[in-house]
Design a protein around this ligand. Structure first.
Ligand SMILES: Cc1ncc(COP(=O)(O)O)c(C=O)c1O
Length: 356
């Protein structure tokens, strides 16, 4: 490590994103993107906006905020547009946590939470999920700490009902409860309707998954005006133009293309059921997912062996070299053709394993 760097940097273990191969040879099922292109109105809006790139964008994202507020049934002061929901998470760790203000989260959850904890000097209070990977809300009740829950959780796909999360909110009135709803559009119930009721609730959503905009980087923090103003202080202290001109235009058009989004979510739900059934027939254990991915393990082959063998056959899935989940694969639910390619490759691999 270079002498130029601070002690904090020297100790930092950065987040490792899923592979993004440049050659596009793979059936790419490793980072939970949408297999569908952005809505046609999004493509038109981005093209129309490109001529204005010589000028800074609106730092308040006025039109986008208004459109998002209408979409979520909120007021504009409840909404902060962000450069991907990762930025909202970072703003939240910066605004609500720190050396004397721990953050509680599950042992098996989104891998960026421990990294944001480290970069903001926040002690991580890690709470193990149950044996079956479900989360016991009682573990978070009365904690007196800031809490972050991914709901549905990643990489398990399991979701809590908002009534369960309400217990956590009620019992931690002086601390923020952050609900990361990156995958909520694929079948879980959102906590957004609770925002008017709980000043300590912050919901984070993304347009990367259900709205096919992973490459545009757009997400939203949704919460009480108090919480949103705290996040705005962080934003205007770091990057006031955090959502660029083309992404603001894309977001407004994506919100106006709600039928397109709903159709795609329905298609992903159908492909998820189809793939889960086929995996179970092959002997996989598959968790009941409410997200656009499946978490699956096979008794006859380790996660690492399956990940490598799939990659050799041109199918990229996510394998985490971490305690408790080494035998599992996280598989993005894509188009029917992608799912058939995955299933065909797995059949061959499992046959080879049996013959070996
Ligand atoms: C649980 C969870 N939260 C947040 C994100 C970040 O999404 P983005 O920054 O693309 O909005 C991801 C990305 O995969 C995720 O899995």
């Amino acid at each position: 490590m270079s002498g130029f760097f601070s002690d904090k940097l020297a100790a930092l273990e950065p987040y490792v994103p899923g592979e993004q191969p440049r050659d596009m040879r793979y059936v790419k099922l490793n980072t939970n993107e949408s297999p569908f292109p952005p809505a046609p109105a999004v493509l038109r809006a981005v093209e129309a906006e490109a001529g204005g790139l010589n000028l800074y964008c609106d730092p308040a994202c006025t039109e986008l905020r208004a459109a998002a507020a209408a979409l979520y049934g909120l007021d504009p002061e409840n909404v902060l547009p962000v450069n991907g929901s990762d930025e909202a998470l970072y703003f939240a760790f910066t605004a609500f946590c720190g050396p004397a203000r721990p953050m509680a989260f599950a042992d098996i959850t989104y891998g960026f939470y421990p990294v944001f904890a480290a970069v903001t000097g926040t002690p991580a209070h890690i709470i193990p999920l149950r044996e079956d990977f479900s989360l016991d809300p009682a573990d978070y009740c009365g904690l007196g700490e800031t809490v972050v829950l991914a709901n549905p959780n990643a990489p398990t796909g399991l979701a809590l009902a908002p009534a369960e999360i309400e217990k956590i909110l009620l019992s931690n009135p002086d601390n923020v409860v952050l609900v990361d709803e990156a995958y909520v559009d694929f079948g879980a119930d959102s906590c957004v309707p609770l925002i008017g009721k709980y000043e300590n609730l912050l919901v984070v959503q993304t347009f990367s998954k259900s709205r096919s905009l992973a490459g545009a980087r757009l997400g939203f923090a949704l919460g009480s005006p108090t919480l949103i103003s705290g996040l705005n202080t962080v934003k205007f202290s770091t990057n006031p133009y955090n959502v660029n001109r083309m992404t603001q235009a894309a977001g407004i058009a994506a919100i106006a293309s709600q039928d397109y989004t709903l159709t795609n979510c329905r298609r992903i739900g159908e492909n998820r059921a189809y793939t889960a059934g086929a995996l179970e027939t092959m002997g996989f254990r598959v968790l009941p997912s409410k997200a656009n991915f499946l978490f699956a393990a096979h008794p006859a082959a380790s996660g690492q062996v399956l990940y490598r063998a799939l990659k050799d056959r041109g199918v990229l899935v996510r394998w985490f070299d971490k305690p408790r989940i080494r035998d599992w694969l996280r598989i993005t639910v894509g188009s029917r053709e992608q799912m058939d390619a995955l299933l065909a490759a797995l059949k061959t691999i499992l046959n080879d394993e049996r013959g070996a």
